[in-house]
Write a protein that binds this ligand. Sequence first.
Ligand SMILES: Cc1cc2nc3c(=O)[nH]c(=O)nc-3n(C[C@H](O)[C@H](O)[C@H](O)COP(=O)(O)OP(=O)(O)OC[C@H]3O[C@@H](n4cnc5c(N)ncnc54)[C@H](O)[C@@H]3O)c2cc1C
Length: 423
Amino acid sequence: MKVLVLGAGVVGVAAAYYLLRAGHEVTVLERREGPGLEASYANGGQLLGETIQPWLAPDVPAMALRNLARADAPFRARFSFDPERWLWGAAFLRNCTAARVARITADLRRLSVYSMAMLSELRAAEPFDFDHSSLGVLRLYRDGGKFARSADAAMKEENPARRPEHLSWQDCLALEPALGSSRVRFAGGLHFHQEETGDAYKFSAALAAAAERLGASFRYGCTIERLIQTGAKVSGVKTGDGEESADAVLLSLGCESAKMLRPLGLRVPIYPVKGYAQTFAASPDGAPKLALHDVAHKTGITPFGGRIRIAGTAELDGFDKRADPRRAAAMLDDLMEILPNCGDPGQAELWTGLRPMTPDCAPLIGRTPHENLYLDTGHGSLGWSLACGSGRVIADIISGRAPEIDLSGLTIERFFNGEQQNG
Ligand SMILES: Cc1cc2nc3c(=O)[nH]c(=O)nc-3n(C[C@H](O)[C@H](O)[C@H](O)COP(=O)(O)OP(=O)(O)OC[C@H]3O[C@@H](n4cnc5c(N)ncnc54)[C@H](O)[C@@H]3O)c2cc1C
């Protein structure tokens, strides 16, 4: 079959690779000059399987309200008359009940565990470098009460594969000596040794090159204007260069997905949630070898080869990618407080990216009501962790095979029948 993959972020590239391995003729259309240059470019790099969690939690609505006015708060929504923003925000908050969080986490976990297995297979088949590390992530707690509650819940996990190692501050220093110069004395930490890290941009670029070698065609600088509908079918796309037809069209356009689907009468609540990342050369003496997560400030600090990156924050600000200098400065100040000798923050490359988020934090994978049109999009804050599993699942579906995992809670139908809160 001739398959068009729309979008060469980490999600589209992974799907293209698995489609190719399933024997299809694959063409990827991407408006940027290469793969992985939008949300996948400088993300936090953390790869979560068993320990995946949506951003939803029963205490999130109160925390969001408390923080709305603070320029340096981890979550911020800017005022706007855009009804989509408020509908999306309200739906997100309604998904924060304990029952919904439990169900959504279980749905996400089936996919994330599968995704990590797919990534491990892929690493063996395509041994390219993407600064992968299996040393785990150390979550650091500033507040003793929060640390005790989180540790208690984590240690009670029935499945040992989800349990972290419980560490006092002294234990944290022994595990990660770079914390020895920290000006913050954390209450303690939980070491999730099962978590991995890697550079999603390097991965996207290397996997796209591998797919090209296997026969995929990548057309960069190609803007898709609309999907072409012929009766009940989607038969191709109209691009700036003309029309392209195909037997199947897979839409992986990240934040642009909702806009592209609207003319077909498909309303999907994917909204951009802005995040920041700052990356610079790591000093060999002061940079950590482990990835860290500052729980209170909701930032990830990840070493990638010779670089260090701090990433985080969530801003509802529409498609505006401008960085607020106060938020950017607050992040770097935090990093230098925790790791004063990790490198020269004056050299940091500041980047913002828009996470393609649904209000239940889960992606949309599978067929649509339109024949030949498939979705693999809406991966929000977890797209790097979920890309390989999602790609394999959608390649199976397009090939007419049953996916190896149950997709409950991860398909477009949940937004038709009200199973989850829509925007
Ligand atoms: C600050 C930050 C930190 C993050 N940290 C993590 C993390 O630690 N772990 C994790 O798992 N996830 C993380 N994420 C989330 C992850 O990066 C995203 O979920 C993932 O990159 C989404 O990939 P995507 O391919 O769906 O979207 P994108 O990478 O945005 O790709 C979509 C592609 O479609 C193209 N496109 C759009 N419209 C058109 C058009 N009309 N024509 C042609 N091409 C088009 C775009 O140019 C783009 O290349 C983070 C995100 C951010 C912003």
